[in-house]
Write a protein that binds this ligand. Structure first.
Ligand SMILES: *[C@@H]1O[C@H](CO)[C@@H](O)[C@H](O)[C@H]1NC(C)=O
Ligand SMILES: [Zn+2]
Length: 339
């Protein structure tokens, strides 16, 4: 009698196990391997360096605050900080004391100085100290590659790559609106944060720096002019104020591409969606909504609230509050806009 042969599918078991282990390992590693490393930078304290290539739109870090304050407090801020510090773990206190601060005259002023140099807005009327985020250094205009936003629901800060970031380069966010000339940025950063900015935009050769200044000033002015569409439309082209407004938005976009300033584009495109709806141009509204969704996704995350709002708006344009508020006009779409 022949020996019973093995069931034919048994050979699959080691193969399936190997596949399972491979995927388990790969996903496991991705969770362990951060996209960045905190490191000492010569003459500039600590900073975050990309440990691998990071794609635009990737979530780089999320951070919960050590503590939050109301933006305006009664009583002594020293005491408030001291009280919060006693409630932290040793590890958290060490994180706090490891952060940078402006020079102070007495040791007792250090905690407040740390707080002032590192705290950021954490929702309406609140500031918070986010210990990992606080390591992220500043870059101006075309130099920053990461954008932070506060998530009310989770009470945390998220940081997304707004550009592709090459392994080995520094992650930089921006601490304020840098659409202004180099000299004015330098004064602000020195006063508010105590450093002289040497980001790639601030380090441009004089002739290139002048061009960059001009682009940034022009972007600022164009944003102001775009605001006229809602505040004072008579100052725009008569009977074609929608068209002019969308042309302005397109101009902001293309100067941004030249400057390497690609932040705030989700918001810009979403503003144009409202303009298109007010002038009853659904086609243009749809094109700008697609763009808003894409760029909000890069900068704020694909799961952000802003995207939900745009999606709702465009799903039923006629029921938007801005629908047909102004004269019907055919408006420019998004064709030809560069990345
Ligand atoms: C990052 O991307 C560049 C350009 O695409 C490539 O040459 C390089 O090998 C990548 N580096 C890593 C660490 O993946
Ligand atoms: Zn700078």
């Amino acid at each position: 009698m022949a020996a019973p042969s093995r069931p034919p599918f048994l050979f699959l078991i080691p193969i399936l196990t190997a596949i399972f282990l491979y995927y388990w390992n790969v996903t496991g590693q991705q969770q362990v391997l951060e996209a960045y490393l905190v490191t000492d930078l010569p003459g500039r304290g600590k900073g975050l360096i990309a440990t691998r290539n990071i794609s635009r739109g990737e979530l780089i870090l999320r951070d919960k605050p050590l503590f939050v304050f109301p933006a305006s407090i009664h009583g002594s801020p020293h005491e408030l900080i001291a009280k919060h510090l006693t409630e932290l773990t040793d590890y958290q206190r060490a994180q706090f004391h490891g952060l940078s601060y402006l020079p102070v005259s007495s040791e007792a002023d250090i905690p407040l100085s740390i707080f002032q140099a590192n705290a950021v807005a954490a929702g309406a009327g609140t500031v918070g100290l986010f210990p990992n985020f606080a390591r992220l250094n500043h870059g101006c205009a075309g130099a920053f590659n990461a954008v932070y936003s506060f998530r009310e629901k989770e009470g945390e800060i998220v940081v997304h790559a707004v550009k592709n970031i090459a392994a080995g380069s520094e992650l930089l966010t921006t601490y304020f609106d840098t659409k202004r000339p180099r000299a004015s940025r330098q004064v602000h950063l020195l006063q508010a944060y105590g450093f002289s900015c040497q980001c790639s935009t601030c380090s441009l050769a004089p002739s290139l720096s002048t061009l960059s200044d001009q682009r940034l000033e022009q972007m600022s002015l164009l944003y102001q002019r775009l605001g006229l569409w809602s505040s004072n439309p008579q100052q725009l082209r008569k009977g074609a104020e929608g068209e002019e407004a969308v042309e302005i938005a397109r101009k902001i976009w293309s100067i941004g591409s030249e400057e390497g300033y690609v932040s705030e584009r989700g918001q810009l495109a979403a503003d144009v969606v409202h303009i298109c709806l007010a002038h009853s141009d659904v086609r243009a509204a749809q094109a700008w909504a697609d763009l808003a969704i894409r760029w909000y996704g890069y900068e704020l995350g694909r799961d952000c609230l802003q995207i939900e709002i745009v999606k709702k708006l465009i799903a039923r344009p006629e029921s938007a509050s801005s629908w047909a508020r102004r004269s019907p006009q055919t408006l420019p779409g998004t064709d030809g806009l560069r990345e």
